[in-house]
Ligand binder design. Sequence first.
Ligand SMILES: [Zn+2]
Length: 310
Amino acid sequence: MSMEDIVCIARQTLSTILDSGATSTLIMNCDVFWTYSEVEKVNVRTANHGTLATSGHGDCVVDLTINRRTSRVHLMHCLNAPGTFINLLSVGYMLKKGWECNFRPFPACCELVYHNQVLGSLPMLGNLFFVDLKFLTPDSLSIRMKRPEISAFAHVPLSWDLWHAWLGHPSGDAVKYLPIFATGIKLDVSTALQRCEPCIMAKHPRKPYPSSDMPCAMQMLDLIHSDLCGPFPIATPHGKYHFVIFLDDHTNLLNLQLLATRDQALEAWTLVRKRWENHAERTVKVFHSDNGGEFISRAFTESLAAAGIK
Ligand SMILES: [Zn+2]
């Protein structure tokens, strides 16, 4: 570290920098540790061929603020080095735990990404990247619990519930047989399988629809029902937000087409109609819909009229 860097640090109120040379995160103050062990103290080699003594190691909890956005981060396996004059966040350790530190020129900055979520960019000051970390103590956390939490290192117990969710919500028995029929299953049996709310909602039976008194159409394509649903909040991988269905009343033959926009309903109908008419060697007689905007549009009604469909 050059003289210029040291002057830059002296002017800074932030007490942590990103360090691509450090193999472990070094923390000056032992008071900010949540866990602390004095066994296996190590000396850390410094870049100028010196050594830095450490007093212990443990975990810390910090609020990381970039561009006024704050995320909570657990720092695991930090070394307490009272002799260092600034905290060093190990870039190598972060990369191992799923972080990306993308250094970019013009203007020089370091973009921090955690599991594809961009947290923001740190500007370069005097060849250094300062990180706005606020160290939390157990007391301070209780009044700040509502922050969104990011943890690169949190331990999740491998409970029955977690396996139930991972396996796509099978029955309780299927989950309990898992350790018998599969090898290598790690399981924390201290908590029993809980009632799963998504299962209760998703597997809830409903009463059958009452059967209709209306006589069904005499032949295929005599009557087609159609409805359009959407927009859904999440698009398919191909950018489709809607779907339209066409149901033949006589055969119950159903066709579903995905649509990016509602006005694609006509294109979908033309495709399905031609396919079905070609297959049945008959033409569609009646088209029935809920008169949604896409079905009473001029283009759609003209298309039906041109094909002689009521
Ligand atoms: Zn479930």
